[in-house]
Design a protein around this ligand. Sequence first.
Ligand code: SF4
Length: 338
Amino acid sequence: MAIPTPTDTRGRHLRDLRISVTDRCNLRCGYCMPAEVFGPDYKFLPKADILSYEEITRLARAFAALGVTKLRITGGEPLLRRDLPQLIAQLRAVQGIEDIALTTNGLLLPAMARDLKAAGLNRVTISLDSLDDATFGRMNGKGVGVAPILKAVEAAQQTGFAPVKLNMVVQRGVNDHEIEAMALRWRGTGVVVRFIEFMDVGTTNGWRMDDVLPAREIMARINARWPLQSADPNYPGEVASRWRYADGAGEIGVISSVTNTFCGDCTRARLSARGELFTCLFAAKGHDLRALVRNGGSDESLAKAIAAIWRARDDRYSELRAANASPVPKAEMSYLGG
Ligand code: SF4
């Protein structure tokens, strides 16, 4: 299937596909899925609407034919989807796919880590926003403590995922007082903490610029305790900027979508659990690929449709954020898969 690798209107290649396998989650983190919005009556996607593993794999093959080499499995909480190792094994067999990663809240990971690894998963990123049970419990909206997440990190390391990465979303006045404690806890352990600026994803998390602690302040606070040196990205378009501890105790990452945007080399596409292609984390609408799959479209027609969508892409929300006079409609991050 010889379809030229598409570039978008800003010359950006299509290299990374984030696949949301469910819009459901067993936590209610306020910056992503606030409990007051995603309550007991919230209408999640019905089963029939969600792509099957065969359909996801077909789409992944089409994306791979266009140059995608990296997949990230997300949700909601992806480990809620039954038999996820089966999907990993199917994606592992897709020609051209070099790396498969997973983003999880970790609660179900200890029981599944070995099967996921055996199926071909390469990397794991776990969310941990605080080391304090009360703060973490408030932030995850379910009162879940830190211990189960520490168990997940241990299980991931024992299973051989390396480096295990941790995502900490930093909110001013909520958990920013823990930046140094989080850095200290994981120095010298091989675990890489990524400090993430609080983002205006979706329209339900009550985002305000005042609640954002800029990446440069996060860096300055850590650097004051443990001098940091800049490190080269692992690959072009890597989301996090990398910083090594000068004393050799490992590295951290910082994701600065608000104050130091990186749209210029954004090579990420997102596939919702319902089979829509989103060309930006902050997009309001996606392009329906499920209909093409379910109407018996060939692999070539799928790839052509995806290429046409990507060629027309001009997203750069983060660069335009400040210019937005009023809030713009956006799909929820828990729906897009972050
Ligand atoms: S705002 Fe959109 S275009 Fe910019 S880096 Fe994020 S996902 Fe990419």
